[in-house]
Write a protein that binds this ligand. Structure first.
Ligand SMILES: NC(=O)c1ccc[n+]([C@@H]2O[C@H](COP(=O)([O-])OP(=O)(O)OC[C@H]3O[C@@H](n4cnc5c(N)ncnc54)[C@H](O)[C@@H]3O)[C@@H](O)[C@H]2O)c1
Length: 273
């Protein structure tokens, strides 16, 4: 039976929690009782998110850091460790994306993408794992992408980083399993967040809709519910997995919306509230 306050007394760290998917995850974890550490480079938005959680009756604190800067990350982990010596839940959600032809991706772009999307999750995971092992309970959820499973035009740095994050999920999972610590990943399709609104023009958006069997974007709430499942007590025997949250995108091969004379479900059903 699902306890709606099952994370009471637990400490959660959510990166990129000042916006989009991370913000929703932070709010949901706080609602289930966790004290949430909001790790983000956007200080004003992180403070605002922490205050909104407090106003809703939850507990949260902002930790401002640029996850691309490993010295700053180490300093932030020092502050975090002094305040919260043991972390129960880590959600590696912060990510950056760009769309460039493979031959135009320069080293700065490549290095920055791998630093935020892969190296920071590795460093944060190494930081939290000893405490989780000592307690015999821990949950780590990595936010990858459909781009980490399937190649996409313009996704050299991003797709490679997200594929490596999935590989890393398995590596940490099998070396943590005996201690009751699970490590899983989710692979969302297009999610309606500030990232996607600023990144994609209407033609990439409609191309995606065409190949997404559900014919719509995912909501941040739908992604967060998958993260919350992996973070739950109920998911205790599931580790090393990657779950597509993608409206059927990864399951489909040759997908032809109009091949049969079946009335379309128009307008496409809106994301669940
Ligand atoms: N939106 C989508 O369609 C989609 C699809 C698949 C996967 N994802 C993944 O979901 C995650 C969250 O994406 P979102 O859509 O919510 O994005 P978003 O832009 O709305 O939020 C990202 C958050 O991460 C923070 N962040 C970015 N770089 C950072 C850095 N260097 N240091 C600290 N904080 C940093 C930002 O300040 C922001 O608060 C990302 O990893 C993204 O790759 C998103």
């Amino acid at each position: 039976m699902n306890n709606p306050r099952q994370h009471s007394g637990r400490i959660a760290v959510v990166t990129g929690a000042a916006s989009g998917i991370g913000l929703q995850v932070a709010q949901d974890l706080a609602q289930q009782g966790a004290m949430v550490c909001i790790v983000d480079r956007n200080g004003a938005a992180a403070e605002e998110a922490a205050q909104a959680i407090a106003q809703a009756g939850g507990r949260a604190a902002a930790f401002v850091v640029d996850l691309a800067d490993m010295e700053a990350v180490q300093a932030m982990l020092g502050r975090l460790g002094r305040q919260f010596p043991a972390i129960d839940i880590l959600v590696n959600n912060a990510g950056i994306v760009s769309t460039q032809p493979a031959l135009d991706v320069g080293l700065p772009q490549w290095n920055a993408t791998l630093a935020v999307n892969l190296t920071a999750p590795m460093v944060l995971t190494q930081h939290v794992l000893p405490g989780m092992r000592a307690k015999g309970w821990g949950r780590i959820v990595n936010v990858s992408s459909i781009s980490g499973v399937r190649a996409g035009t313009g996704r050299l740095a991003y797709g490679t980083s997200k594929a490596a994050l999935i590989a890393m999920t398995g590596q940490f999972a099998i070396e943590s399993a005996e201690w009751g610590v699970t490590v899983n990943a989710i692979a969302p399709g297009f999610v309606d967040t500030p990232m996607i609104r600023t990144l994609h023009g209407s033609s990439r958006q409609s191309t995606y809709m065409d190949v997404c069997p559900m014919n719509r974007f995912c909501s941040a709430e739908e992604v967060a519910s998958a993260v919350l499942f992996f973070a739950s007590d109920q998911a205790s025997f599931i580790t090393g997995q990657t779950l597509g949250v993608d409206g059927g995108y990864l399951a489909s091969g040759l997908f032809m919306r109009n091949l049969f004379d079946i009335p379309a479900a128009t307008p496409a059903r809106a994301p669940a509230a």
